[in-house]
Write a protein that binds this ligand. Structure first.
Ligand SMILES: [Zn+2]
Length: 618
């Protein structure tokens, strides 16, 4: 895989703030107004229970470990990105209003969400100190009436002001949930109370739709954050406010999300088709379904998901060109097409994760793997954690360390990987992502430990060792990828065959040390270019999309004139070291360039730098 030497990373990266932070920590700044008891409090549980119980319950962050490709990329996310937050700049707009631009306030909350997840998983003390510093400073900037934005008084609730409060809430509630920090929940309540007072249909109240861009969707996407606040604060007025947000969509000036999706079944024909904002509202609607059980909410989310998955998804598992959904099957993939905003990738991942949790159905699990291995990791520079705003399928990646929406969103998506990988399903264990590592899953049959040994996705062999706290009968659900031609799992001398796109459920009596040997066929597949690339083909291997990478094909003069020589393809392993390639996977393909035979080398899209996914078909 595209690995890196973590030890050498600090020297390779500019803007290290660690020594200053270490001084702050030494001075006890991180503790601030909080007592030690709060600092070390256990993760918080919800104050109210949901109406709908999840059918897939992610394994807790603590106590699990993911190594291999996914583990390396999470480490890069921590070391290269999260620990390098420019906290002075992301906090300044709150401390000296107005901020330098309209949405500068979103970054503090986005960081807190990614950092809370990553700290729960890693226990990294440097990250904890930085997270405490950001949370404490953010809370200190809150005005007495609860306002925690970056706008001067006369500009309040214009442009992206509600949006910024959404990210304050998401960040502070995540931080509270992870650490038990009480001031973070108090500050969140004050924000929620201010929003409840300010917006509504009562006398003197403002219209939420008029308070945000993109047909009001930027403002109403505070829905997800308000459901979270309701869940942890327990005050019913927050839930009432969520129902107001959903009703506001139907106003004459609103985005009509429910009516439009019900009538057209099309995200492209709904509101202004802005991908990130619309999917953010749908993530909120999924949360509201969990809290209320209103079936219309789930149906709406599923309708949108199905339309995106069928008509609007790039082969890399992201959506949007120039930040908007395009018409059915129109998927321009060049650098000039502004492909797959990073924020849209992460919100698509969150939407899909919501549906996996709510339904336990395998098509959502399948999509999570696809988006993680391609669009999500493809937008991260594996050397230093820099992030691409857009990630073309043909062209050059342009990762940056700066401050923009996607540089703050992508680390949130990467921080979610342990929540996507495995969990409880039907009172047993479900494996969604195959990766080396271990996990403990709580079920009604006791705690079940799973140890996983594999080089996946480089090869398709996985050995799971099952460690139930006591011998017990329970189902082990193994996701069988939709793309595999052959999948088998062998345990206790018995072989089980998987059906592609389904869970293979092995329901038996398990005892400590039982081993499951899994064999997933990774035979490469050729994908047709569709209406946008009718002359093109792409090649996938296992969960990974491959790319014709310029730097490992120095003899190729014209990538665009190159492709496989035959309609069916075979790949042979190439040696990345010999190719001086930064990744750990590379494959030789019998190809052509401008009609002449030429050996081509493909690498995973997630590792590629200058490349083409769409090659000339044979
Ligand atoms: Zn973005």
């Amino acid at each position: 895989m595209a690995t890196m030497d973590i030890q050498s990373l600090p020297q390779a990266l500019p803007n290290l703030h660690l020594s200053r932070r270490d001084m702050l920590r030494a001075a006890g700044f991180g503790l601030g107004a909080m007592g030690l008891g709060e600092m070390f409090a256990a993760p918080q549980t919800a104050a109210v229970s949901d109406k709908i119980a999840d059918r897939f319950v992610p394994a807790p962050y603590a106590g699990q470990r993911i190594e291999g490709l996914l583990g390396d990329r999470m480490r890069v996310n921590l070391e290269g990105r999260l620990l390098h937050l420019d906290e002075v700049r992301v906090l300044k707009g709150f401390q000296q209003r107005p901020g330098e631009q309209d949405w500068i306030g979103e970054h503090a909350g986005k960081f807190l969400h990614a950092a809370a997840n990553t700290w729960l998983y890693s226990g990294d003390e440097r990250l904890k100190a930085l997270m405490d510093l950001v949370a404490t400073s953010l809370i200190a900037a809150q005005l007495p009436d609860g306002y925690l934005g970056t706008y001067p008084d006369e500009k309040r609730w214009t442009s992206w002001d509600v949006w910024v409060h959404k990210y304050d809430l998401l960040g502070l509630v995540s931080y509270h949930q992870a650490t038990g920090n009480a001031p973070a929940l108090d500050a969140s309540r004050k924000i929620g109370d201010l929003l409840c007072r300010t917006f509504g249909t009562g006398p003197g109240q403002r219209d939420i739709i008029a308070a945000g861009t993109h047909v009001g969707m930027a403002a109403t996407s505070v829905l997800e954050a308000m459901v979270n606040l309701y869940r942890f604060a327990g005050d019913h007025k927050y839930l009432d406010f969520c129902e107001y947000l959903v009703r506001s969509w139907s106003q004459p000036n609103g985005p009509k999300i429910i009516e439009s999706l019900s009538a057209t079944k099309s995200v492209f024909r709904t509101a202004n088709a802005k991908a990130y904002e619309m999917m953010s509202n749908l993530v909120g609607l999924a949360e509201l379904y969990r809290a209320t059980g209103n079936p219309v909410y789930l149906q709406t989310v599923q309708t949108a998901w199905q339309d995106i998955a069928t008509h609007h998804l790039y082969l890399s598992g992201t959506a949007s060109s120039a930040e908007h959904f395009t018409d059915d099957g129109v998927l321009p993939a060049e650098e000039s097409s502004s492909v797959g905003e990073g924020c849209a990738t992460v919100t698509w991942l969150q939407l899909t994760w919501q549906l996996l949790r709510l339904t336990g159905e395998p098509q959502y699990a399948e999509q999570l793997e696809h988006t993680v291995y391609n669009a999500l990791l493809g937008a991260q520079d594996p050397r230093n954690g820099d992030i691409c705003y857009f990630t073309p399928l043909n062209g050059k990646k342009s990762p940056t360390p700066g401050i923009n929406c996607c540089v703050s969103s992508e680390p949130r998506g990467i921080s979610m990987i342990p929540q996507l990988a495995w969990g409880q399903r039907e009172n047993g264990v479900a494996i969604v992502l195959y990766a080396p590592g271990h996990v403990s899953v709580d079920t009604r049959n006791g705690t079940i430990g799973i140890e996983s040994r594999t080089n996946y996705p480089a090869d398709g062999n996985v050995v799971l060792t099952v460690h139930p706290s006591k011998p017990a009968r329970f189902p082990l659900s193994l996701r069988v990828p939709a793309w595999t031609a052959k999948y088998s799992a062998t345990v206790g001398g018995q072989q089980y065959k998987g059906i592609p796109g389904q869970f293979l459920t092995i329901d038996r009596e398990w005892k400590a040390g039982d081993e499951v040997h899994i064999d997933v066929d990774l035979t490469p597949r050729v994908v047709a270019g569709g209406s946008s690339y009718p002359w093109g083909v792409a090649i996938e291997r296992g969960p990974q999309l491959l790319a014709l990478e310029q730097s490992v094909n120095p003899a190729v003069k014209d990538l665009q004139a190159s492709g496989p020589r035959t309609a069916e393809v075979k790949l042979a392993d190439a040696d990345p070291k010999q190719l001086k390639w930064r990744g750990s996977q590379a494959y030789k393909l019998d190809g052509v360039e401008a009609g002449k035979p030429r050996e081509l080398v493909l690498v995973p899209f997630a590792d590629a730098i200058t490349y083409r996914v769409w090659m000339l078909k044979a």
